[in-house]
Ligand binder design. Sequence first.
Ligand code: XMP
Length: 318
Amino acid sequence: NWKLTNYIDHQIQAIKEKVGDKKVILGLSGGVDSSVASVLIHKAIGDQLTCIFVDTGLMRLNEGDLIMEAYGKHFDINIIRVDAQERFLSKLKGVSDPEKKRKIIGHEFIEVFDEESAKIENASFLAQGTIYPDVIESQSIKGPSATIKSHHNVGGLPEDMKLELLEPLRELFKDEVRKVGVELGISPDLVYRHPFPGPGLGIRILGEVDAEKVEILQKADAIFIEELHKNDLYNSVSQAFVVLLPVKSVGVMGDERTYEYTCVVRSADTIDFMTATWSKLPYEVLEKVSNRIINEVKGINRVAYDISSKPPATIEWE
Ligand code: XMP
Protein backbone atom coordinates (compact mmCIF):
# COMPACT_ATOMS: atom_id res chain seq x y z
CA ASN A 1 0.00 0.00 0.00
CA TRP A 2 1.78 3.05 -1.35
CA LYS A 3 -0.09 5.70 0.64
CA LEU A 4 0.46 3.82 3.88
CA THR A 5 4.19 3.21 3.45
CA ASN A 6 4.52 6.84 2.48
CA TYR A 7 2.77 7.92 5.66
CA ILE A 8 4.93 5.62 7.76
CA ASP A 9 8.19 6.81 6.15
CA HIS A 10 7.14 10.39 6.64
CA GLN A 11 6.29 9.83 10.32
CA ILE A 12 9.54 7.99 10.98
CA GLN A 13 11.47 10.89 9.51
CA ALA A 14 9.46 13.39 11.55
CA ILE A 15 10.03 11.42 14.78
CA LYS A 16 13.77 11.24 14.11
CA GLU A 17 13.98 14.97 13.56
CA LYS A 18 11.88 15.86 16.57
CA VAL A 19 13.57 13.50 19.02
CA GLY A 20 17.18 13.81 17.86
CA ASP A 21 19.35 11.90 20.31
CA LYS A 22 16.97 12.33 23.25
CA LYS A 23 15.07 9.67 25.20
CA VAL A 24 11.39 8.79 24.90
CA ILE A 25 9.05 7.06 27.38
CA LEU A 26 5.83 5.36 26.30
CA GLY A 27 3.09 3.71 28.35
CA LEU A 28 2.41 0.42 26.60
CA SER A 29 -0.95 -1.15 27.43
CA GLY A 30 -1.07 -3.76 24.71
CA GLY A 31 -4.02 -1.97 23.12
CA VAL A 32 -3.87 -1.14 19.43
CA ASP A 33 -2.97 2.53 19.77
CA SER A 34 -0.08 2.31 22.20
CA SER A 35 1.25 -0.82 20.50
CA VAL A 36 1.30 0.70 17.03
CA ALA A 37 2.81 3.91 18.42
CA SER A 38 5.56 1.95 20.14
CA VAL A 39 6.50 -0.04 17.03
CA LEU A 40 6.46 3.08 14.87
CA ILE A 41 8.60 5.09 17.27
CA HIS A 42 10.94 2.16 17.77
CA LYS A 43 11.43 1.98 14.00
CA ALA A 44 12.50 5.61 14.09
CA ILE A 45 14.71 5.80 17.17
CA GLY A 46 15.36 2.24 18.36
CA ASP A 47 16.70 1.99 21.89
CA GLN A 48 16.10 5.65 22.65
CA LEU A 49 12.55 4.44 23.33
CA THR A 50 11.65 2.81 26.63
CA CYS A 51 8.15 1.44 27.09
CA ILE A 52 6.57 0.99 30.48
CA PHE A 53 4.02 -1.77 30.65
CA VAL A 54 2.00 -1.72 33.86
CA ASP A 55 0.55 -5.18 34.36
CA THR A 56 -2.42 -4.49 36.61
CA GLY A 57 -3.05 -8.19 37.09
CA LEU A 58 -6.54 -7.48 35.78
CA MET A 59 -5.75 -8.40 32.23
CA ARG A 60 -6.70 -11.39 30.11
CA LEU A 61 -5.06 -14.80 30.62
CA ASN A 62 -1.32 -14.65 29.74
CA GLU A 63 -1.72 -11.11 28.37
CA GLY A 64 1.46 -9.85 30.03
CA ASP A 65 3.56 -12.62 28.50
CA LEU A 66 1.91 -12.08 25.14
CA ILE A 67 2.80 -8.38 25.14
CA MET A 68 6.39 -9.07 26.14
CA GLU A 69 6.66 -11.69 23.40
CA ALA A 70 4.90 -9.72 20.66
CA TYR A 71 6.62 -6.38 21.21
CA GLY A 72 9.63 -6.97 23.47
CA LYS A 73 10.91 -10.11 21.84
CA HIS A 74 9.59 -9.87 18.30
CA PHE A 75 10.39 -6.20 17.70
CA ASP A 76 13.21 -5.99 20.24
CA ILE A 77 11.57 -3.01 21.91
CA ASN A 78 12.85 -1.98 25.32
CA ILE A 79 9.95 -2.74 27.68
CA ILE A 80 9.88 -2.43 31.44
CA ARG A 81 7.19 -4.75 32.75
CA VAL A 82 5.80 -3.85 36.13
CA ASP A 83 3.92 -6.66 37.81
CA ALA A 84 1.59 -4.65 39.97
CA GLN A 85 -1.27 -7.07 40.64
CA GLU A 86 -0.74 -7.07 44.39
CA ARG A 87 -0.82 -3.30 44.52
CA PHE A 88 -4.03 -3.09 42.53
CA LEU A 89 -5.75 -5.86 44.45
CA SER A 90 -4.85 -4.43 47.82
CA LYS A 91 -6.27 -1.05 46.80
CA LEU A 92 -9.42 -2.75 45.52
CA LYS A 93 -9.95 -4.80 48.66
CA GLY A 94 -13.43 -4.31 50.07
CA VAL A 95 -14.54 -2.08 47.19
CA SER A 96 -17.54 -3.13 45.13
CA ASP A 97 -18.90 0.09 43.63
CA PRO A 98 -18.09 0.13 39.89
CA GLU A 99 -17.20 3.81 39.64
CA LYS A 100 -15.03 3.59 42.76
CA LYS A 101 -13.24 0.61 41.28
CA ARG A 102 -12.62 2.53 38.05
CA LYS A 103 -11.23 5.49 39.97
CA ILE A 104 -8.96 3.35 42.10
CA ILE A 105 -7.61 1.44 39.11
CA GLY A 106 -7.06 4.63 37.09
CA HIS A 107 -5.38 6.37 39.99
CA GLU A 108 -3.14 3.43 40.85
CA PHE A 109 -2.19 3.09 37.20
CA ILE A 110 -0.93 6.65 37.11
CA GLU A 111 0.94 6.17 40.40
CA VAL A 112 2.77 3.11 39.14
CA PHE A 113 3.47 4.69 35.78
CA ASP A 114 4.84 7.85 37.33
CA GLU A 115 7.05 5.91 39.73
CA GLU A 116 8.52 3.88 36.91
CA SER A 117 8.99 6.78 34.53
CA ALA A 118 10.76 8.76 37.24
CA LYS A 119 13.41 6.02 37.27
CA ILE A 120 14.26 6.66 33.65
CA GLU A 121 16.92 9.32 33.63
CA ASN A 122 17.06 12.18 31.16
CA ALA A 123 13.86 11.36 29.34
CA SER A 124 12.68 14.26 27.21
CA PHE A 125 9.55 12.96 25.54
CA LEU A 126 6.39 11.20 26.61
CA ALA A 127 4.97 9.27 23.66
CA GLN A 128 1.28 8.44 23.50
CA GLY A 129 -0.97 6.55 21.14
CA THR A 130 -3.40 9.44 20.88
CA ILE A 131 -5.50 9.06 17.74
CA TYR A 132 -7.68 11.57 15.92
CA PRO A 133 -10.96 10.72 17.71
CA ASP A 134 -9.14 11.29 21.05
CA VAL A 135 -8.08 14.70 19.85
CA ILE A 136 -11.55 15.85 18.83
CA GLU A 137 -13.31 14.11 21.67
CA SER A 138 -10.93 14.58 24.58
CA GLN A 139 -13.88 14.50 26.96
CA SER A 140 -14.56 10.81 26.55
CA ILE A 141 -12.11 9.70 29.16
CA LYS A 142 -12.80 6.26 30.46
CA GLY A 143 -9.95 3.93 31.28
CA PRO A 144 -6.45 4.15 32.66
CA SER A 145 -4.92 4.59 29.23
CA ALA A 146 -7.24 7.47 28.49
CA THR A 147 -6.82 8.83 31.97
CA ILE A 148 -3.11 8.87 31.59
CA LYS A 149 -3.51 10.86 28.43
CA SER A 150 -5.60 13.50 30.15
CA HIS A 151 -3.47 13.40 33.25
CA HIS A 152 -0.29 14.07 31.36
CA ASN A 153 -1.88 16.49 28.97
CA VAL A 154 -2.91 18.73 31.81
CA GLY A 155 0.64 18.71 33.05
CA GLY A 156 0.19 16.13 35.79
CA LEU A 157 3.61 14.63 35.29
CA PRO A 158 5.98 14.36 38.24
CA GLU A 159 6.97 17.93 39.03
CA ASP A 160 10.63 17.70 38.14
CA MET A 161 9.90 15.90 34.92
CA LYS A 162 9.19 18.16 32.01
CA LEU A 163 8.29 15.92 29.16
CA GLU A 164 7.29 16.99 25.71
CA LEU A 165 4.51 15.01 24.06
CA LEU A 166 5.15 12.79 21.06
CA GLU A 167 1.93 11.65 19.37
CA PRO A 168 2.65 10.21 15.94
CA LEU A 169 -0.88 8.79 15.43
CA ARG A 170 -2.74 12.04 16.09
CA GLU A 171 -4.05 12.32 12.54
CA LEU A 172 -5.31 8.77 12.19
CA PHE A 173 -8.62 7.04 12.67
CA LYS A 174 -8.74 3.62 14.31
CA ASP A 175 -8.95 1.66 11.06
CA GLU A 176 -5.95 3.57 9.73
CA VAL A 177 -4.00 2.84 12.91
CA ARG A 178 -4.75 -0.84 12.40
CA LYS A 179 -3.52 -0.70 8.82
CA VAL A 180 -0.35 1.06 9.90
CA GLY A 181 0.13 -1.64 12.54
CA VAL A 182 -0.17 -4.47 10.03
CA GLU A 183 2.11 -2.64 7.59
CA LEU A 184 4.68 -2.33 10.39
CA GLY A 185 4.57 -6.08 10.84
CA ILE A 186 2.36 -6.45 13.89
CA SER A 187 0.30 -9.63 13.74
CA PRO A 188 -3.22 -8.94 12.40
CA ASP A 189 -4.51 -11.12 15.25
CA LEU A 190 -3.26 -8.50 17.68
CA VAL A 191 -4.22 -5.46 15.67
CA TYR A 192 -7.79 -6.65 15.13
CA ARG A 193 -8.53 -7.78 18.66
CA HIS A 194 -11.76 -6.73 20.34
CA PRO A 195 -11.55 -3.62 22.49
CA PHE A 196 -10.64 -4.25 26.11
CA PRO A 197 -11.54 -1.73 28.80
CA GLY A 198 -8.76 -0.01 30.74
CA PRO A 199 -10.02 -1.23 34.15
CA GLY A 200 -9.98 -4.72 32.68
CA LEU A 201 -11.31 -7.62 34.70
CA GLY A 202 -11.73 -5.19 37.58
CA ILE A 203 -15.12 -4.31 36.10
CA ARG A 204 -15.90 -7.79 34.79
CA ILE A 205 -15.74 -9.29 38.25
CA LEU A 206 -18.92 -7.87 39.69
CA GLY A 207 -18.58 -6.53 43.18
CA GLU A 208 -15.43 -7.19 45.15
CA VAL A 209 -12.32 -8.26 43.25
CA ASP A 210 -9.74 -10.73 44.51
CA ALA A 211 -6.95 -12.88 43.10
CA GLU A 212 -8.98 -16.07 43.13
CA LYS A 213 -11.81 -14.50 41.12
CA VAL A 214 -9.34 -13.03 38.64
CA GLU A 215 -7.90 -16.47 38.02
CA ILE A 216 -11.33 -18.06 37.59
CA LEU A 217 -12.49 -15.36 35.18
CA GLN A 218 -9.29 -15.40 33.14
CA LYS A 219 -9.71 -19.12 32.49
CA ALA A 220 -13.39 -18.91 31.59
CA ASP A 221 -12.82 -15.93 29.31
CA ALA A 222 -9.93 -17.62 27.52
CA ILE A 223 -12.13 -20.66 26.78
CA PHE A 224 -14.88 -18.52 25.27
CA ILE A 225 -12.46 -16.55 23.09
CA GLU A 226 -10.70 -19.74 22.01
CA GLU A 227 -14.01 -21.31 20.94
CA LEU A 228 -14.95 -18.19 18.96
CA HIS A 229 -11.66 -18.42 17.09
CA LYS A 230 -12.06 -22.15 16.49
CA ASN A 231 -15.51 -21.59 15.04
CA ASP A 232 -14.43 -18.63 12.93
CA LEU A 233 -16.74 -16.32 14.82
CA TYR A 234 -14.29 -14.02 16.58
CA ASN A 235 -14.10 -11.50 13.76
CA SER A 236 -17.82 -11.45 13.13
CA VAL A 237 -18.71 -10.22 16.62
CA SER A 238 -17.65 -6.81 17.94
CA GLN A 239 -16.78 -7.62 21.51
CA ALA A 240 -16.94 -10.86 23.45
CA PHE A 241 -15.97 -11.73 26.99
CA VAL A 242 -17.03 -13.45 30.19
CA VAL A 243 -18.30 -11.76 33.35
CA LEU A 244 -18.03 -13.30 36.81
CA LEU A 245 -21.00 -12.83 39.13
CA PRO A 246 -20.68 -12.76 42.91
CA VAL A 247 -23.45 -15.35 42.99
CA LYS A 248 -23.10 -18.99 43.93
CA SER A 249 -25.63 -21.59 42.97
CA VAL A 250 -26.09 -25.27 43.56
CA GLY A 251 -25.00 -27.85 41.03
CA VAL A 252 -24.11 -31.49 40.88
CA MET A 253 -20.91 -33.08 39.67
CA GLY A 254 -20.64 -36.86 39.80
CA ASP A 255 -22.15 -37.80 43.16
CA GLU A 256 -21.28 -34.48 44.69
CA ARG A 257 -23.32 -31.40 45.26
CA THR A 258 -21.43 -28.26 44.26
CA TYR A 259 -21.89 -24.68 45.33
CA GLU A 260 -19.92 -22.45 42.98
CA TYR A 261 -19.90 -19.19 41.04
CA THR A 262 -22.01 -18.28 38.06
CA CYS A 263 -20.49 -16.65 35.00
CA VAL A 264 -22.10 -14.85 32.11
CA VAL A 265 -20.97 -15.14 28.52
CA ARG A 266 -21.42 -11.83 26.70
CA SER A 267 -21.05 -11.12 23.00
CA ALA A 268 -22.14 -7.88 21.37
CA ASP A 269 -22.58 -6.76 17.79
CA THR A 270 -22.21 -3.05 17.17
CA ILE A 271 -20.83 -0.46 14.82
CA ASP A 272 -20.17 2.41 17.19
CA PHE A 273 -20.45 0.83 20.66
CA MET A 274 -23.18 3.37 21.48
CA THR A 275 -25.91 0.88 20.64
CA ALA A 276 -25.47 -2.85 20.40
CA THR A 277 -27.34 -6.10 20.04
CA TRP A 278 -26.43 -9.46 21.51
CA SER A 279 -24.78 -11.87 19.11
CA LYS A 280 -26.95 -14.70 17.86
CA LEU A 281 -24.24 -17.30 18.38
CA PRO A 282 -25.03 -20.86 17.31
CA TYR A 283 -26.41 -23.03 20.12
CA GLU A 284 -23.74 -25.66 19.49
CA VAL A 285 -21.01 -23.11 20.11
CA LEU A 286 -22.67 -21.87 23.29
CA GLU A 287 -23.11 -25.45 24.42
CA LYS A 288 -19.42 -26.21 23.86
CA VAL A 289 -18.38 -23.04 25.68
CA SER A 290 -20.63 -23.82 28.63
CA ASN A 291 -19.50 -27.45 28.89
CA ARG A 292 -15.86 -26.51 28.67
CA ILE A 293 -16.09 -23.72 31.25
CA ILE A 294 -17.93 -25.90 33.75
CA ASN A 295 -15.62 -28.87 33.21
CA GLU A 296 -12.34 -27.00 33.02
CA VAL A 297 -12.71 -24.06 35.37
CA LYS A 298 -12.79 -24.94 39.02
CA GLY A 299 -15.07 -22.51 40.81
CA ILE A 300 -17.79 -22.17 38.16
CA ASN A 301 -20.75 -24.53 37.94
CA ARG A 302 -23.22 -22.44 35.94
CA VAL A 303 -22.99 -20.44 32.73
CA ALA A 304 -25.57 -17.94 31.48
CA TYR A 305 -25.73 -16.12 28.14
CA ASP A 306 -26.51 -12.41 28.12
CA ILE A 307 -29.36 -11.63 25.71
CA SER A 308 -29.64 -7.92 26.49
CA SER A 309 -29.28 -5.15 23.96
CA LYS A 310 -27.79 -1.71 24.51
CA PRO A 311 -29.68 0.39 25.43
CA PRO A 312 -31.01 -0.16 28.00
CA ALA A 313 -28.28 -2.60 29.04
CA THR A 314 -24.63 -1.68 28.52
CA ILE A 315 -22.08 -3.93 26.87
CA GLU A 316 -20.08 -4.31 30.08
CA TRP A 317 -21.84 -5.29 33.29
CA GLU A 318 -20.32 -2.53 35.39
P1 XMP B 1 -20.58 0.02 27.68
O1 XMP B 1 -20.47 -0.99 28.78
O2 XMP B 1 -20.65 1.42 28.22
O3 XMP B 1 -19.24 -0.07 26.85
O4 XMP B 1 -21.70 -0.29 26.72
C1 XMP B 1 -19.01 0.54 25.62
C2 XMP B 1 -17.56 0.29 25.24
O5 XMP B 1 -16.69 0.97 26.15
C3 XMP B 1 -15.86 0.06 26.82
N1 XMP B 1 -15.72 0.50 28.22
C4 XMP B 1 -14.61 1.00 28.75
N2 XMP B 1 -13.39 1.23 28.19
N3 XMP B 1 -12.63 2.06 30.27
C5 XMP B 1 -12.41 1.74 28.98
O6 XMP B 1 -11.28 1.95 28.51
C6 XMP B 1 -13.82 1.86 30.88
O7 XMP B 1 -13.99 2.16 32.06
C7 XMP B 1 -14.86 1.31 30.08
N4 XMP B 1 -16.15 0.99 30.32
C8 XMP B 1 -16.65 0.49 29.17
C9 XMP B 1 -16.54 -1.29 26.69
O8 XMP B 1 -15.62 -2.36 26.81
C10 XMP B 1 -17.17 -1.17 25.33
O9 XMP B 1 -16.23 -1.46 24.31
